[in-house]
Design a protein around this ligand. Structure first.
Ligand SMILES: NC(=O)c1ccc[n+]([C@@H]2O[C@H](COP(=O)([O-])OP(=O)(O)OC[C@H]3O[C@@H](n4cnc5c(N)ncnc54)[C@H](OP(=O)(O)O)[C@@H]3O)[C@@H](O)[C@H]2O)c1
Length: 325
């Protein structure tokens, strides 16, 4: 066994964790080893990580004992939950508690907790600007993550709280790419008005996280926000048009219209975009581009991400379901 520091990575076969694993594995002389955590060590993605040099260990974040074993002997742990797999903020809270308990038990020296804002600090439940969802949340997939921050702090787990941004991969995998309108033109639909949305290439989250681990104690107990670009809907449409070689227009809808689109999570995302829009300076301010680039000099912009990935964005030919305010 060498004396490299072990980083245990939750969600290693996914977007965020996969990026952390690759960032560490690519830095061969960097002094760190990857312990890639997955529910299934025999999956193709797990085998690929093993081939790249990771130790692959099975874990289920719903099982605290498996987490304790997985974190044993690790210097660092990258912790993330998977809201869109189950749509349950309560489950995220339970899973964050499991990870915090396991990190405490194993004496992990540096946890990075992939979190988001508890929007209720800005929009209390009684605020009628947006509906309350699931009885006690405004933006369920944000609020529980923010609420879970204290689970790490209260246990005295040395933690960096990492605020991530909207993945541009959502245009490929989450049905958020341009759709063709009845007029035959392409439209990207967002309820952001003329406000800016911080976005990121999901792989850059891993590169930033690795940089945070490498900077050691500097970011312990701190909240760190990252983004590759802050763009308006019109700005995103212009960049998409350039990359796709055809006109793309911004279809600016109200958050209420967006909430009514009816796909799973539409209400949650409608509230999220409204929060991003109405608290633009706070939301963008927490995700400085200068800071992000200092952490990860190869941070992609939307334009550079599109140059690599534009061809993977599916163009939906179905007509828009709603447009305008
Ligand atoms: N989409 C966005 O724009 C965005 C932006 C910011 C934050 N987020 C947040 O990012 C989180 C998801 O992260 P991600 O995008 O990296 O996820 P992801 O790509 O969907 O990956 C999830 C991975 O986690 C593993 N996993 C799932 N359930 C598990 C469990 N119970 N125990 C252990 N491993 C489990 C799965 O691997 P195995 O099958 O190999 O176990 C899977 O590969 C969400 O909570 C979301 O709110 C998303």
């Amino acid at each position: 066994m060498d004396d490299k520091k072990i980083i245990a990575v939750v969600g290693a076969t996914g977007a965020q964790g996969g990026g952390v694993c690759r960032a560490i594995l690519q830095d061969v002389g960097g002094g760190y080893r990857v312990r890639a955590l997955t529910r299934n060590a025999s999956s193709d993605k797990a085998k690929e990580l093993k081939k790249l040099g990771a130790d692959v260990v099975e874990v289920d974040i719903d099982d605290v004992e498996s987490l304790k074993r997985a974190f044993h002997g690790a210097h660092g742990a990258f912790c993330v939950t998977f809201f869109w797999d189950h749509f349950s903020p309560e489950k995220e809270l339970e899973e964050a508690k499991n990870m915090a308990d396991a990190a405490k038990h194993a004496g992990v020296r540096h946890v990075i907790w992939s979190t988001l804002e508890d929007t209720r600090e800005w929009i209390p439940l009684g605020d009628r600007r947006m509906p309350t969802l699931m009885e006690k949340y405004k933006v369920p997939h944000f609020d529980a993550k923010g609420e879970a921050n204290r689970l790490f702090s209260e246990r005295g787990v040395p933690t960096t709280f990492l605020l991530t941004s909207f993945y541009w991969e959502n245009l490929i995998y989450f049905g958020m790419g341009p759709k063709r309108g009845e007029d035959g033109k392409l439209y990207i639909t967002l309820p952001m008005g003329d406000k800016k949305l911080p976005g990121i290439a999901s792989g850059d989250i891993g590169k930033c996280a690795y940089a945070i681990f490498r900077r050691g104690r500097e970011f312990l107990g701190k909240t760190v926000g990252i983004a590759g670009d802050h763009l308006t809907g019109a700005g995103m449409a212009a960049a998409l048009a350039k990359a796709l070689g055809q006109e793309v227009r911004y279809n600016s809808v109200s958050p209420a219209v967006y909430r009514g689109f009816g796909f799973p999570g539409a209400e949650d995302l409608g509230n999220m975009f409204q929060f991003n829009r109405d608290f633009e300076s706070i939301f963008c301010g927490a995700r400085s581009l200068v800071f992000s680039r200092a952490l990860n000099p190869s941070m992609q912009t939307f334009e550079s991400w599109l140059a690599e990935n534009g061809g993977r964005i599916p163009i939906e030919e179905a007509s828009l379901r709603a447009s305008g305010e």
